[in-house]
Design a protein around this ligand. Structure first.
Ligand SMILES: [Zn+2]
Length: 188
């Protein structure tokens, strides 16, 4: 494994401090989560990440230098993360994980905030709800598959994150004016 400058080893002691939200470790180290790009104080009440995704830093500057962003909930730098940056974390996460079963609660957990606050902030910055944003990515991706693959509509629905084909077809039609089958025909 490649060692990165400024990163420290995740010992059992540190892992325990993170798992128990132990305040006495605050500012002794910080932990960053690779899958979200957020870093926290050990005491952060956010959901416990996978151990394999955790990186340890001695100070906040090192985490920032490696392009991790401070958690909005525990404010590891003492400052508030600007709304725009927080929303960027949400959109990046949805862009990458649109095929997963994403709910507002999951997103709130990952992005370290309450579902209510997350929803409100997202709407203020993006002029649409997180759900609408996610639907747009999924439908866009489905359009791509319809034109560039021979996958069935049901397979495409599953691949872009809709377990129910009938819902996918209804939403696709609402957004594009065409059913997936007609969309595919029309373009060829
Ligand atoms: Zn945090």
């Amino acid at each position: 494994m490649k060692e990165t400058y400024g990163a420290e080893r995740l010992t059992d002691e540190k892992w325990q401090a993170i798992a128990e939200n132990d305040e006495s470790y605050d500012f002794k180290f910080f932990y960053a989560v690779k899958s979200t790009g957020i870093f926290c104080r050990p005491s952060c009440k956010s959901k416990l990440p996978n151990r394999g995704n955790v990186r340890i830093f001695q100070n906040a500057e090192q985490a920032i230098r490696e392009e991790f962003r401070p958690c909005k909930r525990c404010k590891p730098t003492g400052e508030r993360l600007p709304d725009r940056e927080w929303v960027a974390i949400m959109t990046e996460y949805m862009d990458k994980n649109f095929a997963e079963a994403l709910t507002l609660e999951v997103l709130a957990d990952v992005c370290h905030g309450s579902p209510y606050h997350l929803h409100r902030t997202f709407k203020k910055i993006m002029s649409m709800t997180p759900t609408e944003y996610l639907q747009n990515i999924r439908i866009g991706k489905a359009q791509e598959y319809l034109l560039t693959s021979s996958l069935s509509v049901a397979e495409i629905a599953t691949r872009v994150g809709f377990p129910h084909t009938s819902y996918f077809i209804a939403l696709f039609k609402k957004k594009t004016g065409l059913t997936p089958a007609d969309y595919r025909k029309q373009e060829i």
